[in-house]
Design a protein around this ligand. Sequence first.
Ligand code: MEV
Length: 448
Amino acid sequence: MYLCNFNYHSMTKSISGFSRLSKSKKIDWIVDTYFTNNKNAKKIIKQYWNTDEQLQSLHDEFIENTITNYYLPLGVAPNFLINGTLHTIPMAIEESSVVAAASKAAKFWLDRGGFKADVISTTKIGQVHFKYFGNKEKLISFFNELKPALFKETENITQNMVKRGGGIKDIELKDKTHKIEGYFQLHATFETLDAMGANFINSCLEQFSKTLKEKAQNYVAFDEEEKDIDVIMSILSNYVPECLVKAEVSCPISELAEGTDIDPYEFADKFVQAVQIAEVEPYRAVTHNKGVMNGIDAVVLATGNDFRAIEACVHAYASRNGSYSSLTHASVENDQFKFWIEIPLALGTVGGLTSLHPLVKLSLELLHKPTAQDLMKIVAVAGLAQNFAALRSLTTTGIQKGHMKMHLKNILNQFQATEEEKTKLLEQFKDQVVTHSAVVEAIEKLRS
Ligand code: MEV
């Protein structure tokens, strides 16, 4: 039995003990509470269950209170030549034109030497935030004595990572008292190899916190009040400006517009100007970077990585010089067009969902089982390619032509067009501008 309270403010019910209900009881409560047509709501929820019970229970257990699965299409973009190796990139995304745009950009650069990518650094960061109101000199001396113990007392956590070449790189004491009275940090840097490293880092930090508090209690130079170090929290930072990857493309300007009637010099010039605008104008930079993230998030999701962490970090990085700016850059020098991205990406190819979710495993196999560094390169390339495709359209034809062509099928599905209607309308709109109203009109005409 569950307990329900009617809440007159929200005109709905609150509930205690929801998480302890069976899945079917949770669904009953949801549909009875929120839906007038509860039969239909239940049908939709169940429609997305997997018939393979084992697979369904795997998904049920990823999170609490699972009632069904939420599908996104998993598409693939072939022909990505990265450092001389061909890749077909898996992308999980709902936006109609993203995979098509990535594939188009991949093909374009395949004929011009492909993408080059390099990992610049792989350092991750974690912090113990604490309060200390005593003598600063004493804290510094205490920290110098404490530091070896911080390494020693995390050895059971770090030993496997150290064997493989990773672990804790350094731990610093940071004085943040100019920001908040009494605020200090243990600021630690980590190398987590092929793991994204969140669990590893957080486990180390929680041990640091224990060691810090215990050793402070026994530090003879501290007065009684100084011994009571108050740890506020211990947590990794998702901001990883030292976990950086660079990807680039370049070619002679004359090759930029082959097979089109565009003037390549005019195109290169407009393209560079479009990037410059995104470098200086935050309103444009956000949309510009959103296009970059269309490519990045789709691969991050397909490979089971944490896209919220990536998003939070990338946008902080885009603001690192005090104003939100473009993640990509372009130049024209000596008749050579160059376009590149430098971006922080904390990714993992082991741990987390990577060994659990069958589609994530499949995606990683499709990418030749990449190391985290390989994946950083692939993801950066996907972002660059996406941005290239967007800017190419924006500075030439505009994006709506291609975008609405891809969206046409969505509009037809919205109107539950039959296969026959779809064939006719797709044909009709081959050389007609796609707008929502034009499609609706065409459907109505066809049906009358
Ligand atoms: C749409 O999802 C993304 C674009 O708006 C990106 C851009 O404007 O550069 C096309």
